[in-house]
Structures are given as structure tokens and as C-alpha cells.
Design a protein around this ligand. Structure first.
Ligand code: SF4
Length: 346
């Protein structure tokens, strides 16, 4: 028997007393669990709550999501970032409509084949919504297990995660897999917290924790350093004509694929270079004003942006024009452009 099996009882008991009340927990229908899990990737619980409520009101089930216009979907996701998550949600919903009668399949392997669903999300949906005894190992669970076992393995190594998944599968209580998985995540989020701050003194597992016993919990887990982010200089233009702003769609592949953007080009252009670009676009500026620099951080890239406010009396071709209200209500511009967009909308 795996020594970790001893954590099951105290963990579930602790969870019963301490589980946070969350909208997707109160009513763990498969669609709700799935949407919440996708939103929670890379995003904090408190930030997700209003997005989740709005999303479920406008798109209450799989068929509604499958047939939602792209504009509506992007608007609902605006500000959450990582927009491919929203696109994959819709792609997966369409597969569900075509192949599974408009619901999530109650089958771990079938879930795993859907766009945007990896082992963690498949495990979470299968166990929480359907009671299927499969593990769901996210970063929180990984950290807890590594500390419990005083492991010095590199958690960036996929083999380490797979090994933890196997151990979790072996100790998972067959009658309460969803509660067990959520209890592990909850412990990792609220007690065995990241950043070297585990609250071992109040932890229900401290008597069973090897990391705590050895006094090394704070040093764990170890993770190989990520490569530094690539810095990309960009120049962003606010083309303003009659109180409307020019926007355009980005290419269908690459960073922020298919989303609306403020017209921008690679590189840091000085005023002369900016004037040349405007000429190439057929824009005849009445005035050009340089704006403060801005920065946006993506997972692998940092945009260091230079901005120009350009007043026009005629509209060059190739852009869509939108006033303040339309920008707020209809077009979802990624938060990368927020600093400049706010200069126009505020
Ligand atoms: Fe984490 Fe400390 Fe609990 Fe061990 S005792 S599981 S290190 S919080």
C-alpha cells in the first residue's frame, strides 16, 4: 500500500469542514465544472467568479456555446487572457453537439480527446461531475505531493507529474474521487500554498508530511528555470477620425490569433518611421502625438510598446471604425492594448 494512502481520511475530513463555497461547486453539473476549470487555468478564483456568472447566463449549456457568435464569445472572455482557451471551449462544444448529444461525455478518455482538455481537466470533470475515479493533478496538487514526500525532483519534468498521477490514482477513494481531488487542490491553494509559504502548523496533514518533518517544506518543490521571455518591440497606432477609432483583425495564427487589435507594427518606430507607416496605410494625419511607452507580458513574450495618437479627417481603407460605446460593448480587444485603448475610451 502506498504510504500516501494515510492522507485520505484526514484530508477529506478537513475538506468537509473547510471547503470554500464556489459557484461551480454548489452545483457541479458537467458543463459548469468544465467551464470553470478552463477559466481557472492561469486565473485566480476571485477574478474568475464574475466571468463565470456572465458566461453561464449568456451561454447556459453546450449547444448555446457551440452556436455562439465569435464576437459574443470573445467579449465574454475579454480580459481573461489566453483566448485560445475560449476558442477551444467552443470547438469542444461543437464536437459534443455532433458526437455526444450536446453534453460532455462521461468518459475520461473521450474527454481527453476534446480540444483544450488535457489530463488535469479531463480528470477534474470526470471525477467531480461524474464520480469517475481518476486523478486530477494540477500545480497545486503536484506541490502538495512533492512536499508530503520530501521530493527533490524537478516538477517541470512531465515524468514527475505522471508519477504523481499514478500515485494519486492508486490512493483515490473510489466512492469520493471528486471530493478527494478537490480537497487536494484546495489544500494546495489555501494551506500548502506556493511561494515558500506553507501553513504547516494548521495543516491537517502535518503529522504525515515528510517535508515538514525534515524542515524542508519551504524549499520545495524545485523547478528548473524557464527560459527568459523574448522581448518584442511594437509600435501601436490610435487612428482617430470623427470620434471613432480604427481597429483591425489580427492574423488567424500566432499570438492573439484572429482577435481585434489596434493597428500595430513590429519594431520601435521614431516619429519619422511612424509617419512613413501611416503613409503606407494611406492615412493623411492632421496631427501625430507620441504617447507614453507601455508594456504587456504574455507567457513567453513581452511587448514593449511605443504609441502614437493620430488625428485624421479622412479614413484610410482596410480598417474597421468604432466609437467608445462599440469598443466597450461589441469588440473584444485583448488587454495587451489596454493602456492605449484607455487613452481613447476614458
Ligand atoms: Fe504542505 Fe506543510 Fe501540510 Fe506538508 S505540512 S502538506 S508542507 S502545508
Amino acid at each position: 500500500m502506498d504510504s500516501l494512502a494515510a492522507i485520505v481520511g484526514p484530508l477529506l475530513e478537513w475538506y468537509g469542514r473547510n471547503a470554500r463555497s464556489l459557484p461551480w461547486r454548489e452545483e457541479p453539473a458537467p458543463y459548469r465544472v468544465w467551464v470553470s476549470e478552463i477559466m481557472l487555468q492561469q486565473t485566480r478564483v476571485e477574478a474568475v467568479k464574475p466571468y463565470f456568472a456572465r458566461f453561464l447566463t449568456e451561454l447556459p449549456d453546450v449547444p448555446a456555446l457551440a452556436s455562439a457568435p465569435e464576437q459574443q464569445l470573445m467579449k465574454l472572455w475579454e480580459g481573461l487572457g489566453y483566448y485560445s482557451r475560449a476558442r477551444n471551449l467552443q470547438k469542444a462544444a461543437r464536437v459534443m453537439v455532433e458526437q455526444y448529444g450536446g453534453t460532455l461525455p462521461a468518459d475520461y478518455d473521450a474527454l481527453l480527446k476534446l480540444p483544450g482538455i488535457g489530463p488535469y481537466t479531463a480528470g477534474a470533470v470526470a471525477s467531480i461531475a461524474y464520480g469517475i475515479p481518476v486523478p486530477a493533478v494540477d500545480g497545486n496538487v503536484l506541490r502538495v505531493v512533492i512536499r508530503l514526500t520530501a521530493g527533490w525532483e524537478d516538477i517541470a519534468d512531465p515524468a514527475v507529474k505522471r508519477a504523481v498521477e499514478r500515485r494519486m490514482a492508486a490512493i483515490l477513494p473510489k466512492d469520493r474521487p471528486g471530493d478527494f481531488n478537490q480537497a487536494m487542490m484546495e489544500l494546495g491553494a489555501t494551506v500548502c500554498a506556493p511561494g515558500g509559504e506553507p501553513k504547516c502548523l494548521v495543516c491537517p496533514l502535518n503529522a504525515l508530511c515528510e517535508g515538514y518533518r525534515q524542515g524542508i517544506a519551504r524549499e520545495l518543490p524545485v523547478k528548473a528555470k524557464k527560459k527568459a521571455r523574448r522581448i518584442e518591440e511594437r509600435t501601436v497606432f490610435l487612428l482617430v477620425c470623427d470620434g471613432e477609432l480604427a481597429i483591425r483583425k489580427r492574423a488567424d495564427s500566432g499570438l492573439l490569433a484572429g482577435l481585434w487589435e489596434l493597428p500595430s507594427v513590429e519594431g520601435k518606430l521614431n516619429p519619422e518611421g511612424a509617419a512613413e507607416t501611416l503613409q503606407e496605410w494611406g492615412a493623411q494625419p492632421v496631427s501625430i502625438r507620441e504617447m507614453p511607452a507601455a508594456k504587456h507580458i504574455f507567457s513567453h513574450v513581452e511587448w514593449h510598446m511605443t504609441g502614437y495618437w493620430v488625428d485624421l479627417t479622412e479614413r484610410p481603407e482596410g480598417f474597421t471604425w468604432a466609437g467608445r460605446e462599440m469598443l466597450q460593448q461589441e469588440y473584444a480587444l485583448p488587454s495587451a492594448f489596454r493602456a492605449y485603448l484607455e487613452a481613447f475610451t476614458k
